[in-house]
Design a protein around this ligand. Sequence first.
Ligand code: BES
Ligand code: MN
Ligand code: ZN
Length: 506
Amino acid sequence: MELNTLTSSSLPQTKTAALAVGVFTDGILSSAADIIDQASEGAIKAVLKSEFKAAPTTHLVLRNLPGVSAERVVLIGLGKQDAYKASVHADAERTFANYCAKASLREGVSTLAAIECPDSTLSSRAKALAMAAGDATYHYDATLSKKDENPAPKLRKLSLWTDRAQSEEAKAGLREGQAIANGMALTRLLGDLPGNICTPTYLGDTAKQLAEQFNSLQVEVLNQQEIEALGMGSFLSVARGSDEPPVFIVLKHTPSAQNASKGKQDKTAPLVLVGKGLTFDSGGISIKPAKGMDEMKYDMCGAATVLGTLRAVAELDLNREVIGVIASCENMPSGTANKPGDVVTSMSGQTIEILNTDAEGRLVLCDALTYAERFKPAAVIDIATLTGACVVALGHVNTGLFASDDTLAQQLVQAGKQVHDPAWHMPMDDAYQKQLKSRFADIANIGGPSAGAITAACFLSRFTKAYPWAHLDIAGTAWHSGGDNKGASGRPVPLLVQYLIGQAAS
Ligand code: BES
Ligand code: MN
Ligand code: ZN
């Protein structure tokens, strides 16, 4: 996707397949809409009286307007002017990008980011345009035999109309948005690929490819033996139930020498992202019901988020050391699988009683969180499709955010707001910890029926004492289930990249 700015002052003479202009309800025009309306002798005002009410996420296409060079003017509804805000703008860009993609257009021009918003900058509006373009052009056909019956969108280029004075700010936003969009596309593809293709080994190979593609990235992929040598008894207890070999991935971004030569290479402690990489979660001996079990191929979306985020970090060459850590395996029932009542010893030395083999994510993550101590990190953030309970609590809107550190939690919430990838800070009082008491081990792997997302976070907290830590439960936000729209969402790559941009030295 090519994204650029268009600073030509003559909007009516702009040659393009589609020109997006925003209109508010009650016949109020954005300045771009006004310019086009005047050039076309009132063509826009004429339709506002009747067929177009300008509700958010609606559009109307006007072709071959007199005095206008664009083949189409696409009116985009923005709702009431006094309620206009960043999220309405982001929806508007998505409406336009989706229209362009569905109409098989190759390019378009959007004037929507030029409309001032009370709660966003031009740079973040540019970012929203780039992310909308990425979203609209994501196309899955890896496992379809008749690819031509389901062709990829042709959209190759979107231009952002702005005045010359603000062009640099817009370009900076487009660059960040593009990196986020590229990261999300990788995360979505990995999520959507079936479990028999996207295995732990496949995730390891993807990390290796990223390290080849980007100079700033270095990778290590540890095999079962090496994982054993590290003493990851909890992770391995899950992995052993499957014939598919596990991997443990460490993918490190070191800011480039370019930053160093400017004398401002980052010297602060690294930030570590830890991803749950269950390429399939059957539940194990505590097996899941058959209905919808296919969606447990998405149980590696935490790992996919780590890879997508590191890709964006590398593309932007952020001036901050960022390390991605992924523990990946399958959770299967077998003669070598965990059994309810088994006690395993984690890398930290703490023993764990496995009361439900379907609470495997925490068993895998706890050892990865212990491993992260060696980096003496400034913060560790884990990302996991951890609990159905989180979906009950927050639905598919907010990611569940748990943290041992309020500043870190606030930074993440704030980052999520800026890129329309929201997270909600959940409670994690010590009083919940007692639900994890075990008679036969230091800790049980389930905390009973109440507050399931919180007790899962409490379990992880036992392994994260050495650093500031946050946990993102993405069980409700990493993919859309059922319907036409079924597929990975790419969340929370935007939240994480935005957070990391904020933590990088400029
Ligand atoms: N991967 C699942 C969580 C999940 C379930 C994510 C549904 C998205 C949709 C996780 O491994 C799991 O099975 N968790 C159990 C924990 C329970 C046994 C304490 C759950 O949520 O049911
Ligand atoms: Mn499970
Ligand atoms: Zn799981």
